[in-house]
Design a protein around this ligand. Structure first.
Ligand code: NAP
Length: 226
């Protein structure tokens, strides 16, 4: 039996990752602040309460799960920091929002990766996935949304570093862009439904090989420019 750990597992993309892996008979370590919708999902689902920026709790969970081999770890939890002209536009920048966005989107995934690297390295599949965003691509930048973009750019650099540092242990580190998806974050006008994005990402994760280590891909497997 394979095991996946997902952060932000009770809502949006994380909830659908939970449903997809549970439906395939995987053991799902579903990390979420509150169980919420997880309670109605059928399968081998284990809810672990986790605020991802509580690093003592992250380490404690890693110790609690020290017997687990985690085939796929998905650092999914994230925040947008507001998309309106008042939050992340030049002339209105609020440093406190920057700190929050970086804490959740950039620091927390790295602390998860550090805490759970051994669990992933001892598994069969050894896949460490960051849910990033095309908005973090410097090559693709159109400006605005400073905090969110920069937090995902920095997340990408972390995953690039992890791909070097964990390569000798056979861990495949990949940053994945889900597309623009109709979640609370993506909003109702997003171009993709959750059902178009998450199963496609699961397929991409399924197919990852050691030669994919260090890549930045979108939900359908297309390579993205850094
Ligand atoms: N939707 C898009 O179009 C899109 C595009 C590119 C990238 N992404 C990325 O995809 C990921 C998931 O986004 P989504 O669209 O599913 O957003 P969402 O519907 O807003 O869900 C965000 C998830 O992150 C969790 N979360 C936020 N802060 C957390 C914290 N401090 N501790 C623990 N959990 C926390 C939330 O948990 P609670 O329920 O407890 O708040 C929720 O499960 C994010 O990393 C996002 O940046 C999304």
């Amino acid at each position: 039996m394979s095991t996946v750990l997902i952060t932000g597992a009770a809502r949006g993309l994380g909830l659908d990752f939970t449903k997809q892996y549970a439906a395939r008979g995987w053991k799902v370590l579903a990390c979420a602040r509150k169980p919420g919708a997880l309670e109605s999902v059928k399968g081998d689902i284990h809810h672990h309460p986790l605020e991802v920026t509580d690093y003592a709790a992250v380490k404690a969970l890693a110790r609690k799960l020290s017997g687990e081999a985690i085939d796929v770890l998905i650092c999914n939890a994230g925040i947008g920091g507001g998309r309106g002209a008042t939050e992340q536009t030049l002339g209105t920048l609020d440093p406190e929002v920057w700190r929050n966005v970086f804490e959740v989107n950039t620091l927390a995934p790295l602390m998860m990766a550090e805490a759970f690297a051994d669990h992933v390295a001892r598994s069969q599949q050894r896949k460490l996935i960051a849910i990033s965003s095309i908005l973090g691509s410097i090559a693709n930048n159109t400006g605005d949304r400073y905090f969110y973009r920069a937090s995902k750019t920095a997340l990408n650099m972390e995953w690039s570093c992890l791909s070097k540092d964990l390569e000798a242990r056979g861990v495949i580190c990949v940053a994945l862009h889900p597309g623009w998806v109709q979640t609370d974050m993506g909003g109702p006008t997003a171009t993709l439904t959750i059902e178009q994005s998450v199963p496609a990402m699961v397929k991409v994760i399924d197919g990852l090989k050691p030669s994919d280590n260090g890549r930045f891909l979108q939900y359908d497997g297309t390579e993205l420019p850094w």
